[in-house]
Ligand binder design. Structure first.
Ligand SMILES: [Zn+2]
Length: 267
């Protein structure tokens, strides 16, 4: 079993948000055992839990007592990889910094600060498989002693057609998953801007998918499906537990992920 973990001391991270384009400052502090990941905004403590998710369209938004924090998924994904389970995260802003659009910067900032604690982490285990569906999307959980994620996405009208990636071992996350950036389709850009999203997106922090090819240079040929796994792990981190599951995702997104873990944890 894994020990609970926090970080040594405190660290400041700042940058612009992907959707708001606004500049946010974050102060991460070491936290005692059994604290969990706790965002603190205007003195309101918002746990990084599926119970406080209020929006799942294009990003995950948490809210408590009228205070909202947006786009938490990449940060939480990096914490899950590093096994950091206890952290105070003071946030001066509405949205977490997007940094390079992936989880790599987060991993690099935090990996040398990780500190083991004495108590063991809570685990989520299941006895039988569970499947959750939403239109054409599906997510299936199989009992497993090891956390693994197999993801397939299909965009038949794009040159991407379909992509699959299998993360067989979380230890490969830093090289295979963490560098994969947020992606978007060229044809969606106008509509997303109209909806007040992606104000902070640019060709450094996002991969733009054109009709015939990627507009900017991808970090991997299958960067989109790898980013889907990054997002999925960030969503699963909202369980607050180490997952002893094999996950198969077929085109699933934030909303189905949150629905699925809510069901598993509430029964
Ligand atoms: Zn993402």
């Amino acid at each position: 079993m894994d020990r609970q973990r926090t970080i040594k001391g405190s660290i400041k991270v700042e940058g612009k948000g992907l959707h708001t384009g606004c500049y946010t400052k974050m102060y991460l502090h070491s936290a005692p055992e059994n604290t969990g990941i706790l965002f603190i905004k205007n003195k309101v403590k918002i746990p990084a839990s599926y119970k406080f998710v209020v929006e799942t369209s294009r990003r995950v938004v948490l809210e408590k007592d009228g205070e909202k924090i947006s786009t938490v998924e990449h940060f939480l994904s990096s914490l899950y990889y590093l096994g950091i389970s206890n952290l105070y995260v003071e946030v001066d802003g509405d949205e977490l910094p997007i940094l390079d659009g992936s989880a790599l910067n987060w991993v690099e900032i935090l990996e040398n600060l990780v500190k083991d604690q004495d108590l063991l982490q809570d685990e989520l285990t299941i006895e039988t498989p569970y499947s959750f569906r939403d239109r054409n999307a599906e997510i299936i959980f199989f009992p497993s002693s090891k956390f693994q994620v197999l993801c397939a996405i299909s965009f038949p009208n794009s040159f991407l057609k379909w992509q699959r990636f299998y993360l067989k071992d979380l230890k490969d996350y830093k090289t295979e998953i963490a560098p994969a950036r947020t992606f978007g389709f060229y044809y969606e850009v106008e509509e997303l801007i109209k909806r007040g999203l992606i104000s902070g997106a640019d060709l450094n922090n996002a991969l733009l998918v054109g009709e015939e090819a990627y507009v900017n240079e991808p970090r991997f040929k299958d960067e989109p499906v790898r980013h889907k796994i990054l997002d999925l792990i960030g969503d699963m981190a909202l369980s607050g537990k180490r997952l002893k599951l094999k996950v198969i995702s077929i085109g699933s997104g934030h909303s189905l992920h949150i629905k699925a873990i809510s069901y598993l944890l509430r029964g």
